[in-house]
Design a protein. Structure first.
Length: 443
């Protein structure tokens, strides 16, 4: 920032979780460059974290505690930077609070120190990444007198690294998941423009089946807005929002307003995401003709109903980031099949403790054949009466190849897991990358 005065120099910061996704790594690089005294601690071992650790080799102001956490690192730090998906009752976070050590997620730490910027925050159980990227594309290609940045829960993006780039008045479009919003809520701050795409069952393994607790974290996106702020919602959320009340000016997305926009991403739910992005554009007084042109050229987001390739007349779609049954149902319903076409689904993985009845109903109605990835969620699914043909294989590469081999010309192969990636993969991005590599390698 123009008034950025580096609040991190010589501060003792415990980074809880380095991981392999890139976000925490890039945050650590930023903090190390700015003179923080870092302790990076992770449950993963040095071997497991090798790719991330290699990128931190040049820094001598980092101590590593790997293969587990040490309670001492949560007793004498100036602040804790945590990954959002750690439960509040973690004994290490409890210890930090007992010692009056402030705890941040990357997004809340950014918002604390980024003064004078305009934040457009996007959340939702489904659709937040697509909507975030649409908004960023529209604003960054339309607004010339201010810089537009992308932050939040975006792969390989460090939100903190934007701190010494942004100037007062600049715009930051941020994808905010429930973990990030929990941290932002601690600061009692909500974005100037908030977008809420959807709310449905997810992360029940983390929230112990408590949908109210899940919504309370999501609600931080509007809870601290005032009458000069804006809350843009999917109309399906109207009753839920009114029940919880907001001071912000409420705007409902309208699919009819964008029905004549040329938009290549399949699925009616994606039209709603487009409608929400369009409402943001209107708040910045961007002409509809400009929005239409940008949207026409938009090619979608990796792993979100992304068209991967056509192989021997078979259309293959990558919906890797559909990690809930409802998200996969939306993917299934995005395709209108002709009588000579079949939908072949690749799904499965680790449970999130979400009900599967509606998922099973949609599978039985619309899926011709299903290839199952092993996992605790898959085991739960197999307890139901599935009418479709089922194929299982513990080897991911073999399973994908079998799914394509079993399809015929004009069929659709949809990779849409419906469950978490834990078990066979390092994370959902590892699963995505493996799928892409296998599909691109088909000959």
């Amino acid at each position: 920032m123009s008034n950025y005065n580096n609040p991190f120099k010589d501060k003792k910061i415990t980074v809880m979780g380095l991981g392999l996704l890139g976000g925490a790594l890039n945050d650590a690089i930023f903090l190390a460059k700015h003179g923080a005294i870092l302790t990076i601690t992770d449950l993963k071992t040095e071997t497991e974290l090798e790719s991330s650790l290699m990128k931190l080799k040049k820094f001598n102001n980092i101590k590593y505690v790997l293969g587990g956490h040490d309670i001492k690192d949560f007793q004498n730090a100036d602040m804790i930077l945590q990954p959002g998906n750690i439960r509040e009752d973690s004994p290490y976070l409890v210890e930090a609070r007992k010692n009056n050590i402030p705890i941040f997620v990357s997004e809340s730490l950014f918002i604390k120190y980024a003064e004078g910027i305009k934040v457009v925050g996007v959340t939702g159980t489904r659709g937040k990444t697509m909507t975030t990227m649409l908004i960023y594309e529209i604003l960054s290609k339309s607004i010339k007198d201010k810089k537009v940045y992308l932050g939040g829960n975006i792969r390989n993006t460090s939100t903190l690294a934007i701190l010494n780039k942004v100037k007062s008045g600049d715009i930051v479009v941020m994808e905010l998941d429930s973990w990030a919003l929990h941290g932002v809520g601690d600061l009692k701050i909500s974005p100037h423009i908030s977008v809420f795409t959807s709310f449905m069952e997810d992360h029940m393994n983390h929230y112990k089946g408590d949908m109210e607790a899940y919504f309370n974290d999501k609600a931080n996106i509007f809870k601290y807005q005032n009458k000069e702020d804006f809350l843009i919602i999917n109309p399906n959320l109207n009753r839920l929002i009114k029940k919880n009340s907001t001071l912000a000016q409420l705007i409902k997305g309208n699919v009819k307003e964008v029905e004549n926009f040329k938009f290549g991403v399949p699925g009616e739910h994606q039209r709603m995401n487009l409608a929400l992005a369009h409402e943001v554009a209107k708040l910045f007084y961007i002409k509809e003709s400009i929005v239409k042109k940008i949207v026409k050229d938009f090619r979608g987001v990796e792993g979100r109903l992304e068209f991967s390739r056509e192989y021997k007349g078979i259309k293959i779609y990558n919906d890797n980031n559909a990690t809930t049954p409802e998200a996969t149902i939306a993917g299934i319903n995005a395709f209108t099949l002709k009588p000579n076409q079949k939908l072949i689904l690749i799904c499965g993985g680790a449970t999130k403790n979400i009900k599967l009845d509606n998922f099973v109903k949609n599978i039985n109605q619309k899926v011709s054949r299903m290839y199952l990835i092993p996992g605790t969620g898959t085991e739960e699914l197999l307890k139901f009466k599935l009418k479709t043909e089922l194929i299982q294989n513990a080897d991911f590469k073999t399973l994908i190849k079998e799914a394509v081999k079993g399809a015929k010309k004009r069929d659709v192969v949809l990779f849409s897991p419906a469950f978490a990636s834990f078990g066979m993969f390092n994370n959902e991005y590892d699963r995505n990358d493996q799928f892409i590599k296998i599909i691109n390698g088909l000959k």
